[in-house]
Design a protein around this ligand. Structure first.
Ligand code: WTA
Length: 645
């Protein structure tokens, strides 16, 4: 092993489900005999009708088809709730920590059962049926989990839209999956500030009309309710019974749709199904976080992202875990909030994103060291590469050197974690996601798709299916095939670059396509560009990512104005406001450069490679610019660059 390796601590190894030897044996079996391996591990769920067939998958470009446990039937909410009643009815299922540090709530499995049944009956009462799509646009309140599980209970397919998205983005997602019912709240509350969720819904449904809007009361502020369409959740819940039998679902029935950004076009509706997804989410949750009965587990993500789906709600609850759900932000009321919450609820396992770690690292160690954190045993990271400096701070200051860090690499499309350390089995290297989880076969290819062996660097592909894999793009299977299986025929292409070292450890280097990762949130450059050119004063726009100290990547926009428009600072502000209202605050450009011309090839293709280099402030290595139609535009771009690192 190379330098800077952190061996597995003896106490961690002693209690872990999986040690090094077990990892090696189980991994070997998982790839040599996937049917046998997953056939056995699929039994971690309660099936109504057991499956007889396990893996039936094809990565053949002409016939991409992914099915797992295809003849089995089950219900996800029964697996996440009902089956725990007998053994852990009085155990906390969800600990909810409000935005206000003086408010929290503990929901036992018994209470969760009651709430989910009620919510399911409210949905029924509004006419929602099996197979219908339900849009959820909620803040981080327990009702978000109840709503998800209620959909699963009656076989409706949820599509959660992150509360930070604008009315336009919400409308587009409602329209794309033809959803007829929205669950929202009067307002959200984050860092003491109110988020006008219902008002946003009102704007969205002007463009994408729906039959029903169910409104959860959170802040109690004045909102408008439309008769015949909008109902208060608490009014409806008062009227319905708390018994709703879970519907028998096929393993391959869709569980949810989640929209995510890609390199082209509008966001794609990633479809996850019932059986394979839950097997994979629950199994990874147990082994990656080495979850043991009684542990308190906290994932700081929002349920609007896949991390919230798999590792706040479905994985932990399927395992009968205690999962903490946090409404607020890391820096409110102060930058010690995360660690105060860890002490308040005796959190053992803590899972967050590098962007939060970097922000808190910048706020000063005293906010951490004034807390105890003695309950913490394991730390996790997700969403973007974690730089070794942030890793080391997380390890030394937050974890006092005693908590391993699981740097988990995965994607919305993968449903669960694919490359990760297992705390009892994997020596750590800061910045490396280390090794594949069971059943996952990563490989590195060059631009032509040739497999590269040994220590190498290239593009990350996965050579065969695992149960948590997405099945299709909602309503557009061809787009699924073209996006993930056309670049390298017969392989799943992740869109990520990757290095493998001499020990076989994987180091994710970031996206190699036109997706940027801002604070762990995926943003397609094409989406930001189309928002910019929708502004009447903009004639053309090109957007790239550039290194950002806190966010990982920032958004850098080159904008060409319409003839006669003045390139002023106030216009820059106007464009930022415009993008926020078109997509949402997470898409706000950090830097805007007015560019009289963009570097294009003679055939009119924008040379993004050049724009990326200039945005990175490393323009002395621009490479070949001789194919440009007008090489002089590059000099102007360099002279007026906005990032002088
Ligand atoms: C990036 C989030 C490095 C990667 C679960 C991936 C990471 C994209 C890591 C997916 C990690 C996620 N190390 N990069 N540990 N985790 N990524 O769909 O570029 O929001 O392709 O899923 O985030 O983002 P998504």
């Amino acid at each position: 092993m190379s330098a800077n390796v952190f061996p597995v601590p003896a106490d961690v190894a002693a209690r872990a489900h999986i040690d090094e030897q077990k990892y090696t044996e189980m991994y070997r079996r998982s790839v040599e005999d996937p049917d046998g391996f997953w056939g056995e591990h699929g039994k971690r769920l309660d099936w109504i009708k057991p499956y007889s067939r396990v893996k039936n998958t094809s990565y053949d470009f002409h016939n991409v088809s992914i099915k797992w446990f295809e003849d089995g039937t089950l219900n996800v909410s029964a697996n996440c709730v009902d089956r725990h009643l007998e053994t852990r009815g009085d155990q906390p299922a969800i600990i909810w920590e409000a935005d206000d540090p003086n408010e929290h709530k503990v929901i036992t499995y018994k209470e969760l059962h009651h709430e989910v049944n009620k919510f399911a009956n409210v949905l029924h009462g509004q006419g929602v049926k099996k197979g219908d799509r339900v849009t959820i646009y909620l803040p981080m309140i327990p009702e978000a989990a109840y709503a998800m599980l209620a959909c699963a209970r009656i076989g409706a397919i949820h599509s959660i839209v992150f509360g930070g998205f604008s009315p336009d983005s919400l409308a587009q997602r409602i329209d794309s999956c033809k959803s007829n019912c929205i669950i929202t709240a009067d307002e959200g509350l984050r860092g003491g500030r109110k988020v006008p969720l219902k008002a946003n819904v009102d704007k969205a449904v002007e463009k994408a009309p729906v039959d029903c809007v169910i409104v959860v009361k959170r802040t109690g502020s004045e909102i408008t309710m439309k008769d015949g369409r909008d109902v208060w959740y608490h009014d409806e819940a008062d009227r319905v019974s708390d018994h709703c039998a879970p519907v028998e679902m096929n393993a391959e029935d869709p569980l949810f749709i989640l929209y995510t950004s890609g390199s082209t076009g509008q966001p794609k509706g990633v479809v996850h199904t019932t059986g394979g997804y839950l097997v994979y989410a629950s199994m990874t949750h147990k082994y990656v976080f080495d979850y043991h009965d009684g542990d308190v587990y906290w994932c700081t993500a929002d349920v609007g992202w896949v991390t919230g789906h798999s590792y706040i709600v479905y994985g932990p609850l399927a395992n009968g875990a205690t999962t903490l759900m946090f409404e607020g932000v890391p820096t409110y009321p102060g930058p010690g909030r995360f660690w105060e919450v860890c002490d308040k609820h005796n959190v053992n396992i803590f899972y967050t994103a590098p962007t939060a770690i970097r922000a808190l690292m910048g706020a000063g160690d005293e906010h951490v060291t004034k807390t105890s954190r003695k309950s913490l045993r394991l730390l996790g990271s997700v969403g973007e590469p974690i730089n070794p400096e942030a890793w080391t701070w997380y390890h030394n200051v937050v974890g006092e050197g005693r908590c391993p860090i699981v740097d988990t690499w995965w994607q919305t499309e993968t449903g669960g974690i694919l490359i990760t350390p297992l705390p009892g089995a994997t020596p750590l290297k800061p910045g490396s996601a280390t090794r594949p989880f069971f059943g996952v076969q990563p490989a590195i290819v060059d631009a032509e798709g040739n497999f590269l062996d040994g220590a190498t660097e290239g593009n990350l592909v996965i050579t065969d299916s695992w149960p948590g894999q997405m099945r299709t793009v909602y309503g557009d299977h061809e787009r699924f095939v073209q996006t993930y299986f056309a670049t390298y025929k017969g392989l799943y292409f992740t869109g990520d670059g990757c290095r493998r070292d001499g020990d076989g450890y994987y180091w994710i280097t970031g996206r190699v396509d036109d997706v940027i990762n801002v604070s762990g949130h995926r943003m397609g450059t094409a989406e930001v560009e189309s928002a910019l050119v929708a502004h009447p004063k903009v004639s053309e726009a090109a957007v790239v990512g550039y290194p950002h100290d806190i966010k990982g990547q920032g958004i850098y926009a080159y904008v060409t104005l319409m003839e006669g428009e003045e390139p002023t600072d106030s216009l820059k502000k106007e464009l930022v406001t415009h993008v926020r209202s078109e997509i949402g605050p997470i898409a706000s450009p950090d830097l805007i450069q007015f560019a009289p011309g963009l570097p294009k090839t003679r055939s009119g293709k924008i040379m993004r490679r050049i724009l990326r280099k200039i945005a990175e402030d490393s323009f002395d290595s621009l490479g070949d610019t001789s194919t440009l139609a007008d090489p002089a535009v590059v000099d102007d771009l360099i002279d007026n660059r906005q990032n002088r690192a």
